[in-house]
Every structure is written in C-alpha cells, then in structure tokens.
Design a binder for this molecule. Sequence first.
Ligand code: AMP
Length: 540
Amino acid sequence: MNGLMMDYQLTIPSILKRVNQVYPNKRVISKLANEQIHEYTYRDMYKRIIRLMNALKKLGIKPEDRVATFAWNSYRHLELYFAIPSLKAILHTLNIRLFPEQMEFIINHAEDQIIFIDKSLVDVITPLQGKIGKVRNFIVMDDGGKEPSGKLANAIDYEELLSSSLEEECFLQIDENTASALCYTSGTTGEPKGVLYSHRSTYLHSFALCLAGSLAICERDNVLPVVPMFHVNAWAIPYASPMSGANLVFPGPNMLGKSLAELMESYRVTLAAGVPTIWNLLYHHLKNNKHDLASLRAMVIGGSAVPKSLIDNFYKDFGLNIIHAWGMTETSPLGTASILTKEMESLTYNEQLNFKAKQGPPVAGIEIRAIDDDGKEVSWDGKSIGELEVRGPWVAKEYYKNPELKEQFASDGWFKTGDVVCIDENGFMEITDRKKDLIKTRGEWISSVDMENYVMGLKGVLEACAIGRQDNVKDEAPVLYVILSKDAAETIKAKDIYTHLSNKFAHWQLPKLSDIHFVDSIPKTSVGKFDKKELRKRLK
Ligand code: AMP
C-alpha cells in the first residue's frame, strides 16, 4: 500500500550513535574488583567501542560468530554489549555462577570463538581449557582483581588490543531481525536452553524500559543495575540507559549492602535493579548504618517473588519505593511491572501494598493470558488460576539450535511460562507458584511462594524456602527451611513459625513441626534464586 512510514531498522548501533550525538557528556561509573572507581563519558565509551569493533574484525570475527563475555558489571562489559552486535556478531553473556559442566556445555553448544574475561574470573575458566574446542582466544580485562593462579592459552590484554587498533568507524547495514545476543536460561529445569535476541527485540524492549508505565528510565536518572550483565542482559538496562541519556553506575563484583549503599549515596542513584536476596542484604545494612538515599526514586526487584514484608519494611523504615517486576530469559526479560494507577492512589496503604506485591500488569507491547488445566483462558477476576502465557515482540519463538523443544511454545503463537498465576480486574498479575513448585496435598494446592513470603514476614526471619516432600497420607507435605537472624536464633522455635503460619494457612496446609528446619544457608541457583531442585535432592 502507498503512503506508509519508512522502513527504518531498529538496531543496537543506532542507540550507540544517538548517545554519542545527544548525550556525549553523560557518565558511566564503574566500581572495579579492587574497589577503585573508573569514570568516563559516553563520548569516551563511543571512541573505545569503535576501536573494539576494529579489533574484533582484525581477530577475524564475522557476522553470526558468537563472542562470549565472562565478566562483572562494568564499563568494559558495556563496550562489548555494543561492539559485538554492531558487527552483526552475537554477544553471548556467560553466567559466571554456573557449574563447570554446565559452562562447558553452553560454550560448546554456542560454539563461542572468543571469550572476553575479567582478570578476577580467570581462575574459574582455566580448568575448562581443552574442553571448549572452538574458543581460539581469551581477551583478559584487567579489573584490578588479584592475579590468577592459572594461565590462559592465547590470551590477549584488552587494553593492548584497543590501543593497537584503529579509531575508524566501520558500521555495517544491519537488518533489524539480525541476531544480536544469546543468553542461556539458568536451568532450574533440564538442560540450559539458549535464547537468541535480535536487534529489533532488544531495541523495542529497551524502549519499554523507558515508558512511564514501566521503569520510566530517562535522562535525569542515575541507574545502578545490580542485576548481572551475565544474566538476561541485565534486564536491558545497559541499552535503555544510553538510549535515554541516563548515567550508569556499575557495581562490579561487590554486591554487599555496604558497597551498594555507598555507591547509591555517592552517585545519587535514582533507580536500582536486582533480585530480592540483594535487597534483603541492603535492607539489613541500612537498618544498622546511616546513608542518605533521598535521590533513589525506586528499586526494581524481580527474578523471584518479592515478599510483601520487604516492600513494606523498605517503605516504612526508609521511605524507599519498590517496583516489583516479572520476567524470564525468554521474555528479554521485562514482562510486567507493578506500577500503581492514578485511581489506586486513593486506596489505603495496605490496599496499595497488596497491589505492589503483585507482579503487575503487562508492559505495553506484551500480552498475557492464563490458561487452566482444560486449556481454557481463565477470567481476570483476581481468583481464577491458570498457567501464564505471554506473547510480544521481545518474547522467544523457539530455542537456539533446539527447534524440536516445542513443549513451551503453544501452537497459536503464545509462550507457556510455567508460572501459575491469577490476574485481577485491573490486569495485575500475581504469581502463585512455578508449576513444578506447587505443593499438592490431598489433591489441593499449596503455594510454596505464599508460605515462604508469609514466613519471611515474621520479624527475625531472614530467608524461608518451602518444598514438597512425598507423604503416604497427604501425597505431598510442605517442608520449610528457615534462616534466622543472629538475634532471633535463641527466641524463635519451630512452634512459633507454626503458630505464625496458622494465622493465614488452613490446618491441612501447615507443615509438621518436624518439617520446619532451621538452617545456616539455603542453596541458591546461579542467579540467586532458591535452588529447589537441589533442596529436593538433599531431602531425598
Ligand atoms: P529466569 O529465566 O532464570 O530469569 O527465570 C524466570 C522465572 O523466574 C520466571 O518464570 C518466574 O518463575 C521467576 N520470576 C521472575 N520474576 C519473578 C517475580 N517477580 N516473582 C516471582 N517469580 C519471578
């Protein structure tokens, strides 16, 4: 049809060119492994990215080649985020917390050719040498970490590579549907699966982070992505921030409460993002130490359910606002964000809290629905429960080099998330559980997430995790693992947890006293979620 709009391609280098033209003096601040601060402008970044692109070309990187990173959140990782896709190659962010066998599997499956690695992480990779056949070079980035004990073959220093390279622009024409980045799911179920993002999906997803009805990232922001750049593109914050002209503050390897609070205070951070365990640590640090965090407009929390008590405590104790968001590797990840509507402002504090604790409505661009066991869509009534399905321009339509894995892809173009949810009249979605994590007792479901969050609301409880145990009478019975604070260790007993739970849960849902275990730690997955698979194994 005549008279239509331009066929403009949505690509990652267009974000890069814009930040250099429009916001050249905005800043990128990085804390390094030796606790020192590195600071430069987007203009400096741009020049180094041009050099890096030339260096990659000299190393023989061609379109569709996979180039991996094994690094903390820092300016060099950001340079790689732009340089690799700008050459039509594929940025493969390796998760540094995986087990060696999984890492080996992923590197070989992706057929990575080069790995860019932080010096402080070299010792994690050296044992894999000889098992990762296609990797021909390691580029070591000196992040001030301690000298590695092992040696990498064919290693090149990142800074030497850049200084010996040209500063001549070498941008390519890129079709927006070209692959830009690859990330493997953390594999709480089965073998890791690769999700391949495109320039278009990344561009649109970054736009979504800037919408006022989502994270509203804008030029006035100083954004601290604590969520690692090795997991789902750090929720695309490294793209959305330059896109909108926001300053970036990278935390490096130190994600303890003290370090984060100091960064937030020194660099007047306005928006921070990470998983609940990180913010739990921050909360406890803030309880005992004074910091001026008045600049912070919101902390985005996702990756696991945020206990309502954490949202409440942050607000009541420090006036800090939490945005609860939901997403998956397969959804780039942003799917929903719990931003209250104007109408909700007239609700009571507790009513608002109930909405904030939900995962929220879909962000513009994403559609959601919940499907029951009979395959029917359930109504948005705040009661009916079904499996969440999503679709949109930044949702995967298949797995990388695994098109036969069809189970999660519905034939009518929706992605089956495996999360069990209910959606209310306002479109606010609430996860009641992962499908496999629901505990089924005498044919009735118990939400392990509900139970965990409720126990974590008890003063003195730091963490709580619930799984099901096979039981002859009940089918499955809930088992609770609880970590107490030092002060509470003497005072809180299994009976107190039981009594607390009985305020909310029916008698048949309660764990036996002997199934409430006090522990020093709970196993976590590589991205900091409770590792229920491992707990179940231990329980057996
Ligand atoms: P991953 O692909 O490793 O990021 O894991 C995605 C899964 O994490 C989702 O399917 C959910 O089960 C879980 N998840 C992510 N965000 C949330 C959230 N805000 N609340 C509860 N679970 C979440």
